[in-house]
Design a protein around this ligand. Structure first.
Ligand code: PEP
Ligand code: MN
Length: 341
């Protein structure tokens, strides 16, 4: 349920309505639009009973939200969300570029990558420290040691850091080092973990699962938001289809569909979608043309030697050219991206 206030309703009227809703044991979320304010009601709406909210001063109407995802939906907040991650805004006019290796492997590797991607214009360094690998015998990541190296690379370059967390213990450890948590495809419906992330206020890059519908994905985002963390950035990373030429199939339609259903920003990960470095350029450009708010791309100084996802790592040179091209595409779709930082 949302309360739509009249255009130019007064601050005092918004406060009064919020107070009444709060006194019923419900939470409110105020969304200040360019024309009117929308007050979202969070909690069991049966608590509203017969309270005649629609008769209160400044109220235009009450609107029932029919979708099961409420906080992430557009009825609740019609204007797109712009999420500020320690100074970098995601979802605004400027595109965000996140880049780095699949996994942090050692100091030289992460520092070299960080310096290179920064030079090309990336604002975020990515690097897995807790790696949820398909096989338990594959490289599992350096855990806290890897996070310390990411922090060192951040110190050296000024890049913000994003890294995946796979458990509540990982959240606790990573909180000290990262600017943004990443929830990976395999944990999209790990509701306990999502609740834990929701209790933090730190932004979260929330990947779609390989077999998750957009509705299930938005419902999962709801678990994070319902705990009070509204700083959710969705990430389309390819879904499983019958096609085997690529590792997954990039669901490019997810970009406009999400933009239509939700106010949350969406970025695209062409690397895990393609699984092969040769396709990443085309998918990246398609994603930006379709309206994505940015990209997360795997880059490794020696792609062939990568300890994980070697086939999909871009070399710093190829990534540099991609950034150059993205600057041009950004202009066509009335976005901005500064090649070269
Ligand atoms: C990753 O980003 O390295 C990763 C494991 O991604 P996903 O969860 O999308 O598979
Ligand atoms: Mn990877």
């Amino acid at each position: 349920m949302v309360i739509v206030m009249k255009p130019n309703s007064k601050e005092s009227e918004i406060k009064e309505v919020s107070k009444v809703v709060g006194s019923l044991g419900l939470r409110v979320h105020i969304s200040q639009g360019t024309e009117r304010t929308i007050i979202g009601i969070i909690g069991d709406k049966r608590r509203l009973g017969d309270v005649p909210l629609e008769l209160m001063s400044g109220v235009e109407k009450l609107v029932h939200i029919s979708e099961s995802y409420k906080l992430s939906g557009k009825t609740f907040k019609p204007e797109p969300s712009v999420i500020d991650v320690n100074g970098v805004k995601i979802g605004g006019k400027e595109l965000v570029m996140m880049a780095g290796p699949c996994a942090v492997e050692n100091r030289e590797q992460i520092l070299e990558t960080a310096k290179a991607v920064k030079k090309s214009g990336a604002q975020f360094l990515r690097g897995g420290a807790f790696k949820p690998r398909t096989s338990p015998y594959a490289f599992q990541g350096l855990e806290e040691e890897g996070l310390k190296l990411l922090a060192e690379a951040k110190e050296a370059t000024g890049l913000l850091v994003v890294s995946e967390v796979t458990s509540e213990r990982a959240v606790e450890i990573a909180d000290k080092y990262v600017d943004m948590f990443q929830i990976g495809a395999r944990n999209v419906q790990n509701f306990q973990l999502l609740r834990e992330i929701g209790r933090s206020k730190k932004p979260v890059l929330f990947k779609r699962g390989t077999a998750t519908t957009i509705s299930e994905w938005l419902n999962a985002a709801e678990y994070i938001m319902n705990e009070g963390n509204y700083n959710v950035i969705l990430c389309e990373r390819g879904i499983r289809t019958f096609e085997t030429a690529t590792r997954n199939t990039l669901d490019i339609s997810a970009v406009p569909v999400v933009k239509n259903l939700s106010h949350l920003p969406i970025i695209v990960d062409p690397s895990h979608a393609a699984g092969k470095s040769v396709y990443i350029d085309a998918l990246s450009k398609a994603a930006i043309a379709a309206g994505a708010d940015g990209l997360i791309v795997e880059v490794h100084p020696q792609p062939k030697k990568a300890l994980s996802d070697a086939a999909q790592q871009l070399s710093p040179d190829v990534f540099n050219q991609l950034c150059k091209d993205i600057e041009g595409i950004a202009k066509i779709v009335e976005r901005e991206f500064k090649y070269g930082g």
